[in-house]
Structure formats: C-alpha cells, structure tokens
Design a binder for this molecule. Structure first.
Ligand code: AMP
Ligand code: MG
Length: 411
C-alpha cells in the first residue's frame, strides 16, 4: 500500500497537459470565462491609448503654474473644454489652459493637470491656487502596456480581470484549451438512477452526479456513461469504450476486495498498467490508477464506491489531475493551509486521515469546523457545505480544539 505522498507523486507524474496546438478551440470573449488561454495574446493598442487626464481639472503648462499659491495665483485664459471622448483642437500656449475631465485626451502643449479643487474659475479665466508637481495627473500613452508586447501569457485561467483586459484590447476571439474529457461510470448491481423507483436494497447512483459536478467545477467536460452492472463482460466493454474516448476515466465502486470487485482485473485484461492499487488514507483506501500504452489512452481512476470516499479521493488526487491536464501553467496542485480546529479531531493514527468540514476566515485566522451529524463515512448527508478536509498524518491521533491542523482546501 502506498502512502498518500507516494501515490500523489506517481499520479501527478502520469499527467500530460493538453497540447497547445492540437487541443485547442477558438471561442468568443464571454465564452472564454474560466477557460485556459492556449496562445499568448498581443494587442496593437497602447494602454493608455493617449495621454489623458486622471482628474477633473485644468490642463496647463507646468512652467506657468509652478509658483502658484493662494496668495499669488497664476491666472490662465481658458481656450477649450475637453470632455472624455472629445478630440482636443487647441495647442496650449504659455498663459493658456483647457478645462479637462477624467479620461479626456490631453491637448497639445499642456503637460500637467491641476485638480479642480485647487482652482477658481471666473468667466474665461482660471486661477491656479496651488502649484502642482510636474506632469501631475497625466496618464501617459503606453505607460501601462506597449503595443506589440505580450499582453497575457498562455496557460492562465481567464477570469473577469482578464476578460476586461481582452475586451479593452479588442481581442474578441481567443484560443483556449479544450476542456479535458472525463468519462464517468458507476459500477454496482444495487444502483439505480435518480429517476428510477427504488426497490428494497437498491441505492441511487449519486456518485455519477457528484463526479460530474466535480469535473465541471474543475474545468473538465464530464461524459456520463451511466451505471454498469458488476458483470465482467459488461464492465470490460464499458471500460474499453471509456478509455478510448476520454482523457481521464473515473469509475466508482468495484475496487475493493469483495467478490464483485472486478475493476482491477478488467483493467489488466485490457492491457492496463496498474500504477496504484491502494493508498494508506482514510477514507479512500481502495484506489486503482492505471494507464494504457495506446495513443491517447486515458488515465483510469477506479475510485471507491462509498460516496464520501469517492469525493475525498477525487479532491485529493483527481482535481489536481484535471487541472494539470487542462493546460493551466500554475496553481493546479492541492492547496493546503494551516487552520485552528474548533473541536477535537481524532484518528486511529494508522492511515492518513481526512476529516470533512468547513473552513472559515475569522478575524484573520483560518478556523476549521468538523461537519456535524453522524461522522460515519457512509453518511453522505453531512457532506453538505464541505469546503475543506482536515488532514491528520499517519501516527497523529489527536488534534485538540484550538490547535493548528493542516487543511486541504477543496473550494
Ligand atoms: P463498492 O466499493 O462497490 O463495494 O461500494 C461501496 C459502497 O458504496 C456500497 O455501499 C455501495 O452501495 C456504495 N456505492 C457504490 N457505488 C455507488 C454510487 N455510484 N453511488 C452511491 N453509492 C454507491
Ligand atoms: Mg460495488
């Protein structure tokens, strides 16, 4: 049995990111939200596009006003009004000024803006009551970005700030990585869909939905292949189909040591190389990871059937895998932080233990609360609102209330 760290190293090294030339699609700006940029973006526009004013005030020549004060104001003749969006006509000469507004283009000749609060207007004259600094309140053309340079690099996720930048740069079509395709199947004779009527002993296949939701949230495209019976032939067909058509395959169930747990032997019969078959963690000990030596063969994750275990295994291993696969350059690794626990957390110390609950930031300190209700790993109900897992390393049996605990942030 592998330790969590050993399993993590093996698994993360199996993942090849999507190809930045082949695995791409062109989408328009809003559809690019949340996607990973596949090619760097360059703009032909300078930012700012023109020298412009950062204030409502008066465009002046610095030399004219450098001695100005309340007692001895500089008096300038107003030659033009320059609102935002207007092309100035004047060329400011010594002794002249233009009324100017935030974002408006600086007129020729002027080099400084005096804020309105330090002036007094009388008819067509303005009194400058305080000397500005040279070039004050002028945003110079290309001060933020010079046309032709790289505006955004490949490998970043496009969130609202990047969408704003791209809109401003008039980049309306973007090359993004396609989403990793993740096939999902559930194994078990006891399973029915959420729409079917339950017969005694049956269980609804919640894992299919949990995993599809997780895959979407990790940036993947879920392919829901449904429920497969614990019958070797049926399973073999479904698994062969899945590995040929997806980047990753997630199955749940059938990876323990029970009489109906066929997944590992089927993977081997299909030529799979088993890289991981169990991990010293709780929950989530049964975990089968396999690869296939065929072109574009998927990485296979046989997750435990227990709904809590399936989610914990996903968060610990699969979420980073999908993110790494998606082409993102940084930030795909699991995010651990230290938090204070609000209650005692215990483990038998034998396997690395993951306790689900809620992470909150309270007065600048991260606090972790264990999910309420029945703490059985068969209890799916108390997973609601889980956003983090507290982690107790092997050998650690107790973390007392108020003490620091390592927490894996999953949302
Ligand atoms: P298994 O790993 O196949 O032995 O399943 C372990 C437990 O998880 C059993 O109680 C199953 O009924 C339950 N289980 C397996 N698959 C699913 C599923 N897709 N959705 C919900 N529960 C499941
Ligand atoms: Mg089963």
């Amino acid at each position: 049995m592998l330790s969590v760290n050993e399993a993590e190293n093996i698994i993360f090294n199996l993942v090849k990111p999507l190809n930045h030339q082949k695995d791409i699609e062109t989408v328009d700006l809003l559809a690019a939200t949340g996607r990973i940029l596949a090619s760097p973006v360059t703009s032909q526009l300078d930012f700012p596009h023109w020298d412009n004013s950062a204030m409502d005030g008066y465009a002046v020549i610095y030399q004219d006003v450098q001695q100005a004060s309340e007692e001895k104001p500089a008096v300038l003749i107003l030659v033009e009004d320059i609102p935002a969006g207007y092309q100035p006509q004047s060329n400011i000469q010594s002794g002249q000024s233009a009324r100017i507004f935030t974002g408006a283009v600086m007129p020729k000749g002027a080099d400084t803006v005096v804020m309105q609060e330090n002036t007094r207007k009388e008819g067509d004259r303005v009194f400058i009551l305080k000397a500005p600094n040279p070039q004050e309140f002028v945003r110079h053309r290309a001060a933020y970005y010079q046309a032709g340079a790289e505006l955004l690099p490949a490998g970043i996720q496009l969130n609202a700030p990047e969408i704003a930048i791209l809109a401003a740069a008039q980049c309306t079509h973007l090359n993004v990585y396609r989403r990793p395709r993740v096939a999902i199947l559930s194994t078990g004779n006891e399973l029915v869909t959420p729409e079917q009527t339950l017969q005694p002993g049956q269980i609804v296949d919640s894992n299919q939905y949990a995993l599809a939701a997780l895959v979407k949230q990790s940036g993947g495209e879920p392919l829901m292949l449904g429920i497969i019976k614990d019958e070797p032939e049926a399973l073999k067909g479904a698994i062969a189909d899945a590995i040929a058509n997806a980047d990753l395959v997630l199955s749940s169930g059938g990876v323990s040591v029970g009489d109906y747990d066929y997944v590992e032997q089927i993977l081997e019969s299909l030529g799979g190389e088993i890289k991981v078959s169990s991990v010293a963690m709780k929950p989530g000990k049964p975990l089968t990871v396999a690869t296939f030596n065929i072109p574009n063969g998927a990485i296979y994750f046989g997750l435990p059937g227990n709904p809590v275990s399936a989610l914990v295994s996903y968060w610990r291993f699969v979420q980073p895998v999908i993110k790494k696969c998606s082409g993102i350059a940084e930030g795909w690794k699991p995010k651990f932080i230290k938090a204070q626990t609000r209650e005692n957390i215990s483990s038998n110390g034998k396997r690395e233990t993951y306790i689900w609950g809620k992470l909150d930031l309270v007065d600048g300190i991260y606090e972790f609360s264990v999910a309420g209700g029945n703490k059985s790993s068969g209890n799916l109900i108390n997973l609601a609102q889980t956003n983090a897992l507290a982690v107790l390393e092997v050998g650690k049996k107790l973390v007392n209330v108020g003490e620091e605990v390592e927490v894996l942030r999953v949302y």
